[in-house]
Design a protein around this ligand. Structure first.
Ligand code: SAM
Length: 257
């Protein structure tokens, strides 16, 4: 199943010719594949800084004002860890990224596509990103500014707490990325996993302590969410704190059995 929502709406990626799509991109000094994570790169910029990047699937288009750079004829998007918890987790030493080229990923809480667009870059043309978001304004921006240029993304206007509502639009996925900043995030993730995640598949859960319980210590909140995952059939592989990029946030990576 490909781009179900786009198809339903009769909207397809614009058939831009190559000339139109090539926007202005700065030249990087060097770009090398990340040693551990396929689809992710290190770019060295002209000031000598090394920045995380992904290969741009929508040539000439940026999503949130991020810089476009070119190296050996290939365009990359610089990935901002202050805007994306996934980039922050990588910089904070995450060991497993269950999002890889050709994967199908269910993304809960896609907002206007900042991180989801990098996930789209990573999984590439043969992968797919199903983007669930319940805020109408965000999903409109996601559709108009991101998904129309990226055939591997499907925007789905829905409540992630009710996965049955979009079960006809999403196929089985290898990974779920959950960043809904709501109470009961682990439960929401597990309910979605029961329907969509293959056995042995992986999940990433961005936990914001305050959105779960302001009266509890963050470490207690993280422990409770991890416990919910364990009870629901996940094996927690690692928990990575995201400071200084994001305060009182961790990324919990787990495998589903
Ligand atoms: N993951 C995004 C990124 O990195 O670009 C940021 C996500 S933001 C922290 C949380 C998003 O989850 C918001 O856009 C919010 O509307 C959405 N959200 C919260 N609860 C939701 C639910 N039950 N179903 C779908 N979306 C939800």
């Amino acid at each position: 199943m490909r781009s179900p929502q786009l198809s339903l709406l009769g909207l397809f990626p614009r058939d831009l010719d190559r000339e139109d799509r090539l926007g202005e991109a700065d030249v990087a000094i060097d770009v090398e594949p990340h040693p551990s994570f396929p689809g992710i790169y290190w770019a060295v910029l002209e000031d000598g800084t090394k920045r995380l990047s992904t290969r741009n699937l929508a040539l000439g288009k940026n999503v949130y004002g991020e810089r476009l750079i070119k190296f050996k004829g290939v365009e990359y998007r610089v990935w901002d860890p202050f805007r994306s918890k996934l980039a922050a987790a990588i910089l904070k030493g995450l060991e497993t990224i269950p999002i890889q080229p050709n994967h199908k990923v269910l993304y809960l809480g896609a907002a206007s596509g900042t991180t989801a667009s990098h996930v789209s870059d990573i999984v590439g043309e043969k992968g797919h990103v199903y983007c669930v978001e319940f805020a109408a304004r965000s999903i409109r921006d996601l559709l108009n500014n991101v998904c129309v240029f990226r055939p591997n993304m499907s925007p789905i206007l829905a409540d992630a707490r009710i996965p049955e509502g979009y079960s006809s639009l999403v196929e089985k996925v290898e990974g779920i990325y959950c960043d809904i900043a709501q109470p009961e995030q682990a439960k929401v993730l597990a309910d979605n996993a029961d329907l969509f995640l293959v056995k042995g598949g992986w999940s990433m859960l961005a936990v914001k302590a305050q959105s779960i319980d302001v009266t509890k210590e963050p470490t207690e909140v993280y422990r409770r969410e991890a416990l919910v995952l364990k009870v629901r059939g996940f094996k927690v592989k690692e928990t990575v704190p995201l400071e200084p990029y994001d305060k009182a946030h961790v990324m919990i990576v787990s495998q589903y059995f």
